[in-house]
Design a protein around this ligand. Structure first.
Ligand code: WT7
Length: 648
C-alpha cells in the first residue's frame, strides 16, 4: 500500500430504526442481532445448516464446511439446484401466481412475469440450450440488456448445470473476446440491441465483431428486443423466439453437487487481465437467500427494486437470485436513471409502488446534482427501506437519501461486499442496527471481518488498516477460473489463511466498520471496478503510445475519475485531437465505462531508479490538477529526483 490510510471522518449522527419498522421486521432489535450473531460465530456450521434447511435439497449434505485454507467446500455432498429453489419451490403454493419479475423498458414497454410463467420460460430455454449441445459444466456467455430474458438465460443455465458468464452490455467487442476465450464459452446469448438513454446499443454487432476471434463459440442465440436489422450468420446464429417455439416446457432441474460451478464473473484486478471469479452452487444459494431475507427484510407482499445491471455481481445476487429464492417480486428496469428526465427512478417507484429500493452512491450523487425538484414531484410514500452498495457513501449523500427519498422514515442499509464475496458481508440489519451516515456498520451473521496492520496485528480503535475476513463464508469465491495460483496470491498471501479484501478500513469504538476505499491499483469508478493496469495495457496497444500510467483521482460524482498519463512515440506531437482519439481507443478496447476522464500527454513518466512508476506522485498531480497547455509538465526533474530517493 503506497498511500497511508488515514481517516478524517468526524461523523457523529446516529439514526435508530423506528419502532413501527422494527416491530414488523424479521430481526427486531440489537439484542436479537447480537444473540444471533454470537451464535453464528460460536457455531457457524449450525447457523448455516439451519439457513440451508429453509431451501430444497435433493440430497442433504454430509458436512457443512470443509476448510483447507484457502479452499472451502460448503454443504459437502449435498445436491440441489439454484433454478429449482428460485422457481419450482414456489409453484406448489399460491406464489405460483405471484409476480416474479416486473419489468420496465427504457422506452416504456412493460411486462409482468409470474413465477409460473418464468418457470415455463426457463424450462423451455434450458431445453433450447440442451438442443444446441450445451451440457452440464459447459460455459455460456450472456451479453444482454436488462430484459427478463437475461434472468431466463441465467436460470436456464443453472437448471442444467451450465456455467454462465455474464458480460456487462457496456463492454466492447475486444473485452468480449478476452472474457469469452478465457471461459471457453460454447454459446453466447445476446440481443439485437438495447436502449440506453434513447439511443441504441448494438449488442449483436459487438458479438459479430468478436466472433472471428472466439473459436470456442458454436452458437449465438439472439433475443429480439428492438426492430433492429442485424446480420444473422447461417448455422451459427438463431433467433431466441424461433428456438423457444420448437421446444416444450418440461425440463427437470439437474441434481447438482453443492460445489458444482454456478457462474464465472470477470472483475478487474491489479494486472491487465481480468479475473474470472468462480462461484459454486450450495453456499452461494444459501447465503444470497439469507442476506436478501434479513438485509432487505423481504416480506411476502413487498415489491423490491435493485437498480443494478445483471452484468455486475449485484445484479446476480440481488436482482435475480436472492429475491427469487425468497419468492419475492423483483423489479427490473432496462435504462438510464435520467431518461427521458432525471425523475425516471422516482416515477418507477410510484408507478409500481416499490417498498424496498437498492441503488449506488454514484446514482444518489447524480440525483443531488440534478436537483431536489425531481424527487419532490413524486410521492415515494410506499418506500420503507433503502439500500446502497458499490462504494463509500459520503455523509452528505447519505443524508440526502435519508431525507429526500426516505422522508426520514426509511432505514438505510449501506452494504459492503465484493464480486468475490458473492453476498453482503458487512451491513446494518434494518430493524436492529442504529446507523451512522458513511459506515457499513456491523458484520452479517457468520462473518468475521477485521482491520489489520501490514504486520498482521489488529488495528486499534479508529486506526486505519487493511480490511480482511478471517473465517470462510458460504458465498465466497472458490477460485479464479483456471488460475488457482493467482487466487492464492491475490487473496490469501498477505496473511496466511485470512482473506485480503483489497480495501482499507477502520473500526470505531462501537465496532462499526468505515470503508476507506481500495488500497491497490484498482479504482472505483461509479461503483465499478477498473484496473489501472487494464487501461494502461489498452493505451499502450495504440500505435502512437510509448508508455502510460493510469491513476484515479477523487471525483464528486463518480467517486474516482480515470486520469491517464501518456508518453508518445517520438515522432508524434501532442494535440487535443490525439487525446480524444486515445479516449475513444480505450472505449473500443474495454468499453465506455473505462473511458479516461483525462489524458495527460507528458514527455516522461516519473520513475524510481528501479524503474517503477511513481504512482503516488502521479495521483497527487492528477488530484491537484497542474496542467499547462496540452502537455503536463513533469519535466521539473530536480523535484522528482528528491521524490525518487524517498520512494526507494
Ligand atoms: C468493491 C467491490 C459488491 C457490489 C458492487 C461492487 C467497494 C462495495 C461498498 C460499500 C464502501 C464499497 C469496495 C469493494 N464497495 N460496497 N458499501 N461501501 N465501499 O462490486 O465491483 O466487486 O467491487 O467495491 O471497494 O472492494 P465490486
Amino acid at each position: 500500500m503506497e498511500q497511508k490510510i488515514t481517516s478524517l471522518s468526524k461523523e457523529k449522527r446516529v439514526f435508530h430504526p423506528k419502532e413501527p419498522f422494527s416491530r414488523r421486521a424479521h430481526i427486531k432489535s440489537m439484542a436479537q442481532y447480537k444473540k444471533m450473531y454470537n451464535e453464528s460465530i460460536k457455531n457457524p456450521e449450525k447457523f448455516w445448516a439451519k439457513a440451508a434447511e429453509e431451501l430444497y435439497w435433493f440430497r442433504r449434505w454430509k458436512e457443512v464446511l470443509k476448510w483447507k485454507p484457502p479452499h472451502a467446500q460448503w454443504f459437502v455432498k449435498g445436491k440441489l439446484n439454484m433454478s429449482y429453489n428460485c422457481l419450482d419451490r414456489h409453484l406448489g403454493s399460491w406464489r405460483r401466481n405471484k409476480a416474479a419479475i416486473i419489468w420496465e423498458g427504457e422506452n416504456g414497454d412493460t411486462a409482468t412475469w409470474t413465477y409460473q410463467q418464468l418457470h415455463s420460460q426457463v424450462c423451455k430455454f434450458a431445453n433450447v440450450l440442451k438442443m444446441l449441445g450445451i451440457q452440464k459444466g459447459d460455459r455460456v456467455c450472456i451479453y444482454m440488456p436488462m430484459i427478463p430474458e437475461i434472468a431466463v438465460a441465467m436460470l436456464a443455465c443453472a437448471r442444467i448445470g451450465a456455467v454462465h458468464s455474464i458480460i456487462f452490455g457496456g463492454f466492447s467487442s475486444s473485452a468480449l473476446v478476452d472474457r469469452i476465450n478465457d471461459a471457453q464459452a460454447k454459446l453466447v446469448v445476446t440481443a439485437d440491441g438495447a436502449y440506453r438513454r434513447g439511443t441504441i446499443v448494438k449488442l449483436k454487432e459487438n458479438v459479430d465483431n468478436a466472433m472471428a476471434d472466439c473459436p470456442t463459440v458454436e452458437n449465438v442465440v439472439v433475443v429480439k428486443r428492438l426492430e433492429q436489422e442485424v446480420i444473422m450468420h447461417y448455422g451459427r446464429d438463431h433467433w431466441y423466439d424461433e428456438l423457444m417455439h420448437s421446444v416444450d416446457d418440461v425440463c427437470p432441474a439437474e441434481q447438482l453437487d453443492s460445489e458444482h460451478p454456478l457462474y464465472i464473473l470477470y472483475t478487474s484486478g491489479t494486472t491487465g487481465k481480468p479475473k474470472g471469479i468462480l462461484h459454486t452452487t450450495g453456499g452461494y444459494t444459501v447465503m444470497t437467500y439469507l442476506t436478501t431475507k434479513y438485509v432487505f427484510d423481504i416480506k411476502e407482499e413487498d415489491i423490491y427494486w435493485c437498480t443494478a445491471d445483471a452484468g455486475w455481481v449485484t445484479g446476480h445476487s440481488y436482482v435475480v437470485y436472492g429475491p427469487l429464492l425468497n419468492g419475492a417480486t423483483t423489479v427490473m428496469y432496462e435504462g438510464a436513471p435520467n431518461y427521458p428526465d432525471p425523475d425516471r427512478f422516482w416515477k418507477i417507484i410510484d408507478k409500481y409502488k416499490i417498498n424496498v429500493f437498492y441503488t449506488a452512491p454514484t446514482a444518489i450523487r447524480a440525483f443531488i446534482k440534478w436537483g431536489e425538484e425531481w424527487p419532490r414531484k413524486h410521492k415515494l410514500d410506499t418506500l420503507r427501506l433503502l439500500g446502497t452498495v458499490g462504494e463509500p457513501i459520503n455523509p452528505e449523500a447519505w443524508m440526502w437519501y435519508y431525507k429526500v427519498i426516505g422522508k426520514g422514515k426509511c432505514p438505510i442499509v449501506d452494504t459492503w461486499w465484493q464480486t468475490e464475496t458473492g453476498a453482503i458481508m458487512i451491513t446494518p440489519i434494518p430493524g436492529a442496527t442504529p446507523t451512522k451516515p458513511g459506515t457499513v456498520t456491523l458484520p452479517f451473521f457468520g462473518i468475521v471481518p477485521e482491520v489489520m496492520t501490514k504486520e498482521g496485528k489488529k488495528c486499534k480503535v479508529n486506526e486505519g488498516g487493511y480490511l480482511v475476513i478471517t473465517k470462510p463464508w458460504p458465498a465466497m469465491l472458490r477460485t479464479i477460473y483456471k488460475d488457482d495460483h493467482r487466487y492464492q496470491r491475490q487473496y490469501w498471501s498477505e496473511y496466511p489463511g485470512i482473506y485480503f479484501t483489497g480495501d482499507g478500513a477502520r473500526k470505531d469504538k462501537d465496532g462499526y466498520f468505515w470503508i476507506m476505499g481500495r488500497v491497490d491499483d484498482v479504482i472505483n469508478v461509479s461503483g465499478h471496478r477498473i484496473g489501472t493496469a487494464e487501461v494502461e495495457s489498452a493505451l499502450v496497444a495504440h500505435a502512437k503510445v510509448a508508455e502510460s500510467a493510469v491513476v484515479g483521482r477523487p471525483d464528486d460524482l463518480k467517486g474516482s475519475a480515470i486520469c491517464a498519463f501518456v508518453t508518445l512515440e517520438g515522432k508524434y506531437a501532442p494535440s487535443e485531437e490525439l487525446k480524444a482519439e486515445l479516449k475513444e481507443w480505450v472505449v473500443k478496447q474495454i468499453g465506455a465505462l473505462a473511458r479516461p476522464d483525462e489524458i495527460r500527454l507528458t514527455e516522461a513518466l516519473p520513475k524510481t531508479r528501479s524503474g517503477k512508476i511513481m504512482r503516488r506522485l502521479l495521483r497527487e498531480i492528477a488530484t491537484q490538477g497542474i496542467v499547462t497547455g496540452d502537455t503536463t509538465t513533469l519535466e521539473d526533474f530536480s523535484v522528482l529526483e528528491t521524490l525518487r530517493d524517498e520512494e526507494e
